[in-house]
Design a protein. Structure first.
Length: 390
C-alpha cells in the first residue's frame, strides 16, 4: 500500500533536483561548512531511488573511514527518519542498500579499485571530490551512464574541479550556511564569527567561495593503509576539553614519518585521558611530547606510569618548517587528522599571507608537530636535558 512521504529539505535539494531533471551531466556543488550540500544530495539520491525503479547509484569518497563517518551515516539517519530503513535490505559486507523497487545505492571508496573500475551505474555521487585525482574522476565518469553529483569545499585555489566547470555539460550550485534554514542560532553565530578569525578562512568555510590565495600550511601529505615497522616511534599530545584532546603516534623511517591518531576526543578529564591511554595500550617506554600549557596534567600522566611524558618544543614556525621538510603519511583511518590537514591554514590579510597559523582545526596538527619537531631535535642532540615537571 502506497504512502505519502514528507521530506523536509533546503533549497539545495530543490536546485539539484531541477538540474537533474534538466539532464545536466555534472552537477557540481561548491559550498561552505554546514550548507546542507551533502545531506541534501543524499536526500535526493534516496528520492530518486524511490521514484525510479531499478536505478543504480554509487556514492564514492577517497577513504572508506571518511565515507562511513559522513555520507553513509547520513544515509542511515535519513532512511530511519523517513521510516524506510529495513535492515535486511542493507548488505553491510558490500555496503549496498536495495530498495523494494529494485533500485540500489552502494557506498565505496577510491581504494576499492575493483568497484572504481567495475560495474556501471546510472548515477554517481562524488563526496568531497577535491580529495580525488582527475584520474579517479575519469574512471568513475566512464562507468556512469547518466549524472554525476559532485560536492566539495573550495579550500584549494587551483584544482581540476574548476576546469570541469568550464565544460558545457556542467552546472555549478553554490551554497553556504545561509541556505540551511535548520541550523541553530549557536551554529550560525559560530560560523559568522569566522570573520574575526581570518578573512580567507571566512570566505572559504562560511561563504563557500574560492580562496583568493593559497593559504594552506601543508600540501604534501599522503595516506597509508598497511601497518608499518615502527620500532622508532613516539607520541605527541595536545590537551583540550572543549576542543579535542589529541594523542598522535608518530613513527620514523629515514625521512619518512607515519602518523596515526590514537585519541581525538573532546570533554575528556585527565582521568579519562589516562584511562583511554591504558585501554589502548599506549607504550609506557616511549616519549610523549606534550603541550606545555598544562604542566600539572603532564605530571599526572607521569605518575600514571608514562614516565617519559615531557614538555615539547613548541616553536611553531620552526616546527612547521621541520614538518614541511619530511615526507608525511597519515593513516587512512585517521579521519580527523586528515581533515585538519586539509583545513590547516595561515592567517591572511586580504592577499597578504601572515606566518601565523589560524587557531582552528589544529589539535592533531599541533600534537603531530610536537612529536616530529621535538623528537628530531633530541635525535641530533641526545645529550639535551629532558625537562620534567616536579
Amino acid at each position: 500500500m502506497a504512502r505519502e512521504l514528507q521530506i523536509n529539505h533546503t533549497a539545495v535539494f530543490s536546485k539539484n533536483l531541477d538540474e537533474y531533471e534538466n539532464s545536466k551531466r555534472f552537477i557540481v556543488n561548491q559550498g561552505g561548512s554546514r550548507s546542507s550540500k551533502t545531506y541534501s544530495i543524499i536526500q535526493l539520491l534516496i528520492f530518486l531511488c524511490l521514484t525510479n525503479p531499478k536505478l543504480q547509484v554509487s556514492v564514492v569518497r577517497k577513504s572508506f573511514p571518511s565515507l562511513r563517518g559522513s555520507v553513509l551515516r547520513d544515509f542511515v539517519e535519513i532512511m530511519n527518519d523517513l521510516e524506510l530503513y529495513i535492515l535486511k535490505n542493507h548488505n553491510k559486507t558490500e555496503q549496498r542498500y536495495i530498495f523494494d523497487n529494485g533500485s540500489s545505492i552502494e557506498f565505496f571508496s577510491i581504494d576499492d579499485s575493483q568497484k572504481v573500475r567495475g560495474r556501471k551505474r546510472d548515477v554517481c555521487y562524488l563526496n568531497e571530490a577535491n580529495e580525488l585525482t582527475f584520474e579517479d574522476f575519469q574512471q568513475l565518469s566512464l562507468r556512469t551512464s547518466k549524472t554525476l553529483f559532485i560536492d566539495f569545499n573550495p579550500s584549494d585555489s587551483e584544482h581540476w574541479l574548476y576546469e570541469l566547470l568550464k565544460d558545457d555539460r556542467s552546472v555549478l550550485i553554490k551554497s553556504n550556511y545561509k541556505d540551511n534554514i535548520y541550523l541553530s542560532d549557536e551554529i550560525v553565530t559560530e560560523i559568522e564569527n569566522l570573520i574575526n578569525v581570518d578573512e580567507n578562512y571566512y570566505k572559504i568555510y562560511a561563504l563557500g567561495e574560492r580562496p583568493t590565495s593559497t593559504s594552506r600550511i601543508y600540501t604534501h601529505f599522503k595516506q597509508y593503509v598497511d601497518e608499518i615497522d615502527d620500532t622508532d616511534f613516539c607520541y605527541g599530545l595536545d590537551f583540550g576539553f572543549n576542543h579535542p584532546c589529541s594523542l598522535i603516534k608518530t613513527s620514523f623511517n629515514g625521512n619518512r614519518v607515519y602518523v596515526k591518531e590514537e585519541i581525538y576526543q573532546s570533554k575528556m578529564t585527565t582521568n579519562d585521558l589516562i584511562s583511554q591511554m591504558n585501554i589502548l595500550g599506549i607504550d609506557k617506554t616511549k616519549s610523549i611530547y606534550c603541550d606545555s600549557a598544562r604542566p600539572e596534567v603532564i605530571e599526572e600522566i607521569r605518575r600514571a606510569g608514562y614516565s617519559r611524558a615531557q614538555l615539547s618544543n613548541k616553536s611553531v614556525k620552526e616546527g612547521i618548517d621541520k614538518v614541511k621538510s619530511m615526507e608525511i603519511y597519515i593513516h587512512i583511518e585517521s579521519i580527523n587528522l586528515w581533515k585538519e590537514y586539509k583545513l590547516y591554514s595561515w592567517k591572511s590579510n586580504g592577499n597578504l599571507i601572515i606566518d601565523e597559523p589560524i587557531k582552528l582545526n589544529d589539535d592533531g596538527m599541533d600534537a603531530m608537530r610536537y612529536a616530529i619537531h621535538t623528537h628530531i631535535k633530541k635525535r641530533f642532540n641526545p645529550n639535551a636535558t629532558r625537562i620534567f615537571i616536579a
